[in-house]
Design a protein around this ligand. Structure first.
Ligand code: GDP
Length: 418
């Protein structure tokens, strides 16, 4: 029985012939069905880490094959996904763009800003996963920082809001809801159920956010009185990229909006896109708070971030580095002279996670960074590595650093530290 049949039968059950035993049996079965019924694909995603790609083809030997995960991500056609998505969006809708605060640059999608600017959508930037930040970040400071980062991407004619949120802890959800209510009033009265597209990169938390909005906002009063069909509108949340294949609508008459979960836009230049093993990949998702790990670094020393990245302080005065990475990423300091030997011996052991089962096969590219910490503006800056985390550098005087990342992994220098 598929879901549609089950729901249709349930709706029609009062009109069934009494002797229609087979259907009655099906209905009884239906009534015993747990409310968290999910389709086979979502089940596979949640429990067996299996994957079906957005074109609907099944990499049948996926489960347990580490190579396919990286291949799968690399084969996702970002341009095509964005084009398909924007083509399907009605003009003058509400766009909720979910940004993962732990991967800020990695969860930007310029095409979405372009689309908003062109079609005059109303934009709400939901900065998600704030629960994963270590203590010490204030809401006001975060808000201002985010605004400074996105300001020049959004046309001056576009109204937008920034909401700091956590889908996991259900914080910021009511604020988003009240902004949506205000926008609804601004829209023409015939906008009975304004369309709300929840967009973002894969794993930014779109599905979790919609679920939180629908089920945890103040508007969600009595779980038992919820309309039958809506019991099934729980979207699959998964650490796997590419969970959502098409626009999935979750009409919510109670909330007065028609929500669309959208296929995640893949980011192919983040460290996590290169990680081949599923278990390693999930250690990079900040389900727990990031650690903030201070390291005093002298010239001639290097720091490993698992076997995923390495930063050398080539020259300059001592600096205070603080690394913000998921808790399973090991941080290890060693003299540059010993770095290669340590990597060859410890990648996969002391240095975890790794990109693949044979870390010696990973080819790292070097990026030389010359930063002058005498300049006040650069006295405290961050370097972020997409899909891994970031580190702040504090201290006086110039410094030359060497960042080692696989080719294709993007990094950013934030003049204004988070
Ligand atoms: P989507 O691919 O954008 O739909 O993202 P999902 O909703 O499937 O979430 C991706 C991963 O991020 C899952 O492992 C979620 O548990 C996790 N996640 C989502 N929202 C939050 C949040 O607010 N805080 C934290 N710490 N993790 C989150």
């Amino acid at each position: 029985l598929n879901l549609e049949t089950l729901m249709e039968l349930d709706e029609r059950k009062d009109h069934l012939e009494i002797n229609d035993k087979r259907k009655m049996k099906e209905i009884e079965k239906l009534q015993q069905t747990p409310t968290n019924l999910i389709c086979q694909r979502c089940y596979d995603l949640k429990h067996q880490s299996k994957l079906i790609n957005y074109k609907g083809t099944v990499p049948s030997n996926y489960a347990g094959s580490p190579v396919l995960l990286a291949d799968f991500v690399q084969n996702m056609d970002r341009k095509e996904i964005v084009a398909r998505l924007t083509k399907q969006m009605y003009a003058k809708s509400i766009i909720i763009k979910v940004i993962d605060i732990t991967n800020f640059e990695g969860s930007q999608i310029q095409e979405i800003y372009d689309e908003v600017n062109k079609k005059k959508h109303r934009l709400i930037l939901v900065v998600n996963k704030i629960d994963a930040l270590p203590s010490g970040f204030t809401i006001d400071r975060l808000h201002k920082w985010v605004k400074d980062q996105v300001h020049d991407k959004i046309s001056e004619h576009i109204k937008y809001n920034i909401c700091l949120a956590s889908a996991k802890a259900a914080t910021g959800i009511n604020k988003v809801m009240s902004i949506m209510e205000t926008i609804k009033k601004e829209f023409s009265p015939d906008a009975y159920l304004p369309k709300v597209y929840v967009v973002g990169c894969t794993n930014s938390g779109k599905s979790s956010f919609i679920n939180a909005l629908i089920y945890k906002s103040n508007k969600y009063k009595d779980p038992n009185k919820i309309h039958y069909k809506q019991k099934y509108n729980i979207l699959t949340e998964s650490p796997m990229p590419g969970t959502t294949l098409e626009l999935i609508s979750a009409d919510d008459v109670r909330l007065g909006f028609k929500f669309f979960d959208t296929p995640g836009i893949p980011n192919l230049q983040q460290a996590s896109a290169f990680v081949e093993d599923y278990q390693d990949l999930i250690t990079l998702l900040p389900n727990k708070q990031l650690i903030s790990y201070p390291v005093n670094l002298k010239q001639g020393y290097t720091v490993f971030l698992g076997a995923l990245a390495r930063v050398d302080l080539l020259s300059g005065e001592d600096k205070q580095f603080t690394f913000f990475v998921p808790p399973h990423v090991t941080i290890h300091r060693t003299p540059i002279l010993r770095a290669e030997e340590v990597y060859n011996k410890q990648a996969g052991y002391l240095l975890r996670p790794t990109y693949n089962a044979n870390p010696q096969d990973t080819e790292f590219q070097r990026h030389e960074l010359a930063l002058n910490c005498n300049d006040y503006k650069l006295a405290n800056f961050d370097i972020s590595i997409e899909g891994l985390g970031w580190f702040s550098v504090q201290g006086k005087g110039f410094c030359n650093m060497m960042l080692h990342l696989p080719q294709g992994v993007a990094y950013h220098i934030r003049q204004d530290s988070l």
